[in-house]
Design a binder for this molecule. Structure first.
Ligand code: HEM
Length: 441
């Protein structure tokens, strides 16, 4: 079954409900039940199959916004496009980022755990690293690494697992760009850093399911050790840096040295390579089929088509299912009253398939972006509003350069009988290895 067909089956009821919700005008309590502490908790059900969990609850509550008990806290899940927009717009006023409890131990203080004035200050400093001038400078480094990896691919013969290929490529991009670590000159060091980022990542993933922080699991302890080793290594590289991102980071950011290091840890963690690999794998899965391969030719001929293909893929398969907030005051989300101290979980995946916003919401139709460029505002892959992603333009540069380089050299063909289903957490990826053949253009 194809990926969008799979989702279409799962989300039909959600579609109907989202349409109904748009008609409701009165301010109402969020439907659903928060249940009893611990015994009423629905976290495991969510982690087992997030889309099925959303579909079931939306159905039961007859609303695309519902409440339940999640991670043992009263939690509102928001699945409509307008609802997600309201959540992202309320951030800073009545909602705080809700990532501290899960990630602060693994990253130390950084922008993700800051609020109001401090968050604005961090954003100001960090935006200096993403100016046009900076992006031009990074572009040559990025293209060099991409050319090396794509050049090592072989056409004909064996099939390859694209997700693994992209993960190695993007780990190399991030470590070189953000740390100045050259894997060609110093392969051994690069491999040891990648192994540390893997241990560190296991700790990040372990936290939501392993909230026994009084007696942390061995995975968590190992991850803390990896974090400490990574920070030490980041500090050494930063001190030595004579060019690029790490130099700009220490020169332009008037921040405490340890806070600079924590941000470098955030950018060099395994999260970004996984997110980039997720997106590029999803693009190739969508346009690597016989019936969709003509899109590769279009992308080869017209650059704008790469942009359409990326947008449409990220709409259907956002790498991150959604995000979190904490209500510091009561607030109104899509006409529903959300009480103070509730957690909100906004769900990008169903919001970007909202039938009230996107025609044929489960269909892969990149041409929609030629006809309706204004729909870009309804995509939340990079967040929205005052706390949106500061790395969006850099990410587009990395993603477009990679796909351009791949499609200019090869036609990507998904092998026969592949499983197109996904795992959604912590980052969307194929459930089983998705194999492709490459044919030289
Ligand atoms: C395809 C790649 C990326 C995706 C999908 C992505 C996605 C996101 C999203 C959804 C948010 C908002 C989270 C929320 O509101 O709950 C965010 C925030 C952020 N992103 Fe990205 N991001 C990407 C790449 C990057 C890169 C390359 C950087 C920097 C090197 C970066 C730095 C940040 C930072 C610092 C924030 C926090 C902004 C704040 O707290 O005000 N991101 N990103």
């Amino acid at each position: 079954m194809r990926s969008h067909e799979y989702s279409s089956v799962n989300l039909n009821n959600l579609d109907q409900q989202i349409v109904c919700d748009t008609i409701v005008i009165l301010l109402m309590d969020v439907p659903g039940k928060v249940g009893w502490p611990i015994v009423g908790d629905k976290s495991l059900e969510f982690y087992r199959d997030p889309l099925q969990f959303l579909n079931k609850n939306v159905n039961q509550a007859r609303s695309s916004i519902f409440k339940t008990r999640f991670l043992n806290k009263p939690t509102v899940f928001v699945c409509s496009n307008q609802g997600v927009r309201d959540v992202l717009n309320c951030t800073g006023e009545s909602l705080d980022f809700g990532y501290e409890a899960f990630m602060k131990g693994m990253f130390g203080h950084n922008i993700l755990f800051s609020k109001n004035g401090e968050a604005e200050l961090f954003r100001q400093f960090l935006s200096n690293l993403f100016t046009n001038h900076c992006l031009e400078e990074y572009e040559s480094v990025i293209k060099c690494i991409i050319t090396k990896h794509v050049g090592n691919l072989k056409s004909a013969g064996e099939s390859i697992c694209l997700y693994k290929f992209f993960k190695v490529l993007f780990s190399d991009v991030c470590l070189t760009l953000f740390l100045g670590l050259d894997s060609t000159e110093n392969g051994e060091q690069a491999r040891s850093v990648m192994s540390l980022t893997t241990d560190h990542w296991r700790g990040i993933v372990a936290v939501p399911l392993d909230l026994r922080l009084v007696n942390p699991s061995s995975t968590y302890s190992k991850a803390l050790q990896a974090k400490s080793n990574l920070l030490e290594m980041i500090n050494t590289h930063k001190k030595r840096a004579k060019s690029g991102f790490p130099l700009k980071m220490k020169e332009t950011c008037d921040l405490d040295g340890s806070v600079v290091n924590n941000h470098l840890l955030l950018f060099t963690s395994a999260l970004l390579p996984k997110v980039f690999a997720s997106i590029c794998t999803s693009v190739c899965a969508e346009i690597g089929k016989v019936e969709t391969s003509h899109y590769q030719e279009r992308a080869r001929c017209e650059d704008i088509w790469l942009d359409y293909l990326l947008k449409e893929t990220m709409r259907l398969c956002p790498p991150l299912l959604g995000g979190r907030r904490l209500a510091t005051k009561s607030c109104v989300i899509a006409g529903y009253n959300v009480p103070q101290d509730y957690t909100l979980v906004y769900m990008t995946h169903p919001a970007q398939r909202d039938p009230g916003v996107f025609e044929d919401p489960h269909q892969f139709k990149p041409e929609r972006w030629a006809q309706r460029p204004d729909l870009k505002d309804k995509l939340y892959v990079y967040g929205f509003g005052s706390r949106c992603c500061i790395g969006e333009r850099l990410s587009s540069l990395i993603l477009e350069s990679t796909l351009r380089s791949l499609f200019n050299k090869y036609v990507v063909q998904v092998c026969a009988d592949q499983d197109f289903s996904h795992k959604y957490l912590p980052v969307l990826r194929p459930k089983n290895s998705l194999l492709v053949h490459l044919e030289a253009v």
